[in-house]
Design a binder for this molecule. Structure first.
Ligand SMILES: Cc1cc2nc3c(=O)[nH]c(=O)nc-3n(C[C@H](O)[C@H](O)[C@H](O)COP(=O)(O)O)c2cc1C
Length: 176
């Protein structure tokens, strides 16, 4: 198991937590063990939309997850999740795979050969470079009447499956 160093949450203001471009993240959450099983079920997905922000006087992460994602079920059940940032060059193949295949269809985490660790019940990956541990405060699905520019709706949601915005308090930051 690798050693992570907790840092002050205020340091996220200047941290490396950009999601776009080279900074994809993995959103990971756990469901309680199924009947007859002992281990929680964990799912993860690659995300490039989101960021770190300040709202309700708290440092928060914001992510955007389409309704159809399997990970969405985990986020809603757990109310807590991690955002794991990786060395982009080294883990590009894994991040692409985790963003192309659904956990409904195969055991993606085993497929990507990533190691799950837990911090207060929140799953994250040992191989990550930086980790944000988050508790959801608010979520809301994008609605048609909310769009000021209808072209965005046509472009991104021709068949529905809108994104759900999750705003989550960053409870802990760990860096390698
Ligand atoms: C680079 C990249 C960025 C992505 N960003 C997002 C995102 O921000 N929100 C989203 O809902 N899906 C995003 N996806 C798609 C999901 O990761 C993908 O649909 C994934 O297979 C969902 O897995 P799941 O069904 O196991 O949850 C992204 C995929 C890639 C490759």
């Amino acid at each position: 198991m690798r050693v992570f160093q907790p840092i002050d949450i205020k340091d996220t203001d200047e941290g490396p937590f950009t999601f776009d471009g080279e900074g994809w993240t993995l959103i990971t959450a756990a469901k309680a063990p199924a009947l007859g099983e002992t281990a929680p079920k964990v799912n993860t997905m690659t995300a490039s939309w989101g960021g770190v922000t300040y709202v309700w006087n708290k440092r928060c992460a914001v992510i955007f997850v389409r309704e159809s994602r399997y990970t969405r079920e985990f986020l809603d059940e757990a109310g807590r999740f991690s955002l794991c940032f990786f060395d982009h060059q080294q883990f590009r193949r894994e991040m692409k795979y985790l963003g192309a295949v659904s956990g409904r269809d195969e055991d993606k985490i085993a497929g990507a050969r990533l190691t799950v660790s837990y911090d207060n019940g929140i799953p994250y990956f040992d191989e990550a470079k930086d980790v944000l541990l988050c508790h959801t405060l608010y979520h809301q699905t994008f609605t048609p009447e909310g769009f000021h520019d209808p072209a965005l709706r046509t472009q991104f949601y021709p068949n529905g499956d809108e994104h759900i915005m999750y705003i989550a308090e960053i409870r802990k930051v760990m860096i390698r």
